[in-house]
Design a binder for this molecule. Structure first.
Ligand SMILES: Cc1cc2nc3c(=O)[nH]c(=O)nc-3n(C[C@H](O)[C@H](O)[C@H](O)COP(=O)(O)OP(=O)(O)OC[C@H]3O[C@@H](n4cnc5c(N)ncnc54)[C@H](O)[C@@H]3O)c2cc1C
Length: 457
């Protein structure tokens, strides 16, 4: 069958793009994903321990993409998780697009409650942070929760299927070409428009395809660091002000940017499985809670020639750390890191923070991460301790590697069309976003670009 639009990837970018085109036109749309349907995807967090049903693909791939089993925290600010203002060249339009995306999440069952610090609360925290050179960034947020996110995605999927959007699952796209895609079962599907939204899991593949097709790309900085786990009570006062508080810290020695990211209140640390290494991430449920709160602490690393390829650099660090962990992420007690010794289970058990991820190897993260990164992280924790007393304690647990790859940025026009006519890109895999709302928003931008070419606006 010939389609008008083939979308590669059923993550937020692909799903929102499909919805947008189906709402506004009668075009025949097919979304292809190598992962499974929502109901066939299992479990990060608690059930992960020893779960043989879990596969890497289940967490990162399938309907809803990495969003389905994520903590479902919607950052409702256009410069968080990307920069929509820059993409649209218009800040007001960027805020409108965030609201548009948020409304669609709401329509599909995202909770009404919004976490938004009051001006007084935000100012007080900003002042406290500024005293030690830390910047607090207040953000309105909505929390769907890891256990509720699959329901939201399912409802979304049902609606777009009713609008006529077809989904082809468990099929990997091997090649994209002008007007067609080739699949791993040897078939070829043709369409007037190809929209590629393969997320982080497909970022390397897309970068290679871009090279083959001579689509220009540029490298972007990468975020490398750790996941920090502390007793929930330590973070509670801050979480009351902002659900996922964002701090930017500039440590004294190197003056690099270190930031907190993806705070999971009373959540779980989870594995993030890639083809050749294992990283960590976090998840938070609305129903099921732990006694801990975790967050990513990440150092921004940009590279210049001769090694501009931040992905290659990040993979080297991730693989080294995975090798040290015998195929598992490393865990270390902060006290052991500071004393320059590896952790073992006895030392971890001496502390009062019980790890929520036990498929890990106690070790020494300073053997896996670089000296500069470890120095940045330790100094950042020290500064952060003034704002959040208790995060820099002996018992604090750290897991590594946590790496946020920024996909190579695919160069496009303002409608996210590449230099190949009718080939569009969206989402994290194209280096356009780094979060649910922004990924979805770029899907909408690309979809509107396609509609514009069809003179439907
Ligand atoms: C554990 C975890 C927790 C997270 N928590 C949050 C959070 O709380 N808030 C937030 O804003 N963001 C969060 N994120 C990030 C967020 O999930 C992503 O930014 C978002 O899902 C990106 O959307 P996307 O559509 O660009 O890509 P993805 O969601 O990654 O979807 C891409 C899809 O493309 C498919 N695909 C890739 N290549 C191919 C191919 N060749 N052929 C066929 N299919 C292909 C994949 O299977 C996948 O389903 C989290 C991510 C993870 C992993």
């Amino acid at each position: 069958m010939k389609y008008d639009v083939v979308i590669v990837g059923a993550g937020p970018a692909g799903l929102f793009a499909g919805r947008e085109i189906a709402q506004q036109s009668k075009m025949k749309i097919l979304i292809i994903d190598m992962g499974r349907g929502v109901d066939e995807r299992f479990c990060p967090a608690t059930e992960y321990k020893g779960c043989t049903k879990c596969s890497p693909c289940a967490i990162m791939s399938g309907v809803g993409g990495a969003g389905t089993l994520s903590s479902g925290l919607l950052n409702l600010k256009p410069d968080i998780g990307g920069d929509l203002g820059q993409l649209l060249h218009d800040d007001a339009a960027a805020w409108d697009l965030v609201k548009y995306v948020d409304d669609i999440f709401l329509e599909n069952g995202a909770p009404q409650q919004i976490f938004n610090p009051t001006q007084d609360e935000a100012e007080e925290l900003e002042r406290k942070a500024a005293a030690v050179g830390v910047r607090f960034i207040p953000i309105p947020q909505r929390h769907i929760g890891t256990d509720n996110a699959p329901n939201v995605i399912k409802k979304f999927e049902e609606k777009i299927r009713l609008q006529g959007v077809k989904l082809l699952l468990k099929k990997r796209v091997l090649r994209i070409n002008e007007g067609s895609v080739s699949l791993n079962d040897g078939s070829k599907i043709t369409a007037k428009y190809i929209l590629v939204a393969p997320g982080r899991t497909g970022a390397n593949w897309l970068a290679n395809e871009a090279k083959r097709l001579r689509i220009p790309t540029e490298y972007q900085p990468i975020d490398i660091g750790i996941r920090v786990e502390v007793p929930a009570v330590v973070m509670d006062p801050i979480i009351k002000i902002n659900r996922d508080p964002k701090f930017h810290i500039y440590p004294d020695t190197y003056d690099d940017q270190v930031r907190t990211f993806c705070v999971n209140s009373r959540g779980y640390v989870v594995q993030e499985v890639y083809d050749d290494f294992i990283g960590v991430n976090g998840a938070a449920m609305t129903e099921k809670t732990s006694k801990n709160t975790n967050f990513a602490l990440l150092v921004r690393v940009g590279l210049t020639e001769p090694l501009e390829d931040t992905t290659a650099y990040g993979r080297t660090i991730a693989m080294q750390t995975t090798t040290l962990g015998g195929g598992k992420p490393l865990i270390q007690r902060l006290r052991d890191l500071k004393r320059g010794r590896r952790s073992n289970w006895d030392r971890i058990n001496q502390g009062h923070v019980r790890p929520t991820l036990i498929h890990v190897t106690p070790g020494d993260v300073s053997m896996g991460l670089t000296h500069r990164i470890v120095t940045d992280l330790l100094e950042a924790l020290e500064k952060l301790d003034y704002v959040i007393p208790g995060v820099d304690s002996h018992s604090t647990l750290i897991y590594a590697p946590e790496i946020k790859f920024s996909a190579n940025r695919i160069k496009t026009n303002d409608d996210l069309e590449t230099n190949i006519e009718n080939m569009f890109v969206a989402g994290d895999g194209a280096g356009l976003s780094r979060g649910l709302v922004t990924a979805a928003a770029t899907g909408v931008i690309a979809a509107r670009g396609i509609l514009k070419k069809e003179n439907i606006e």
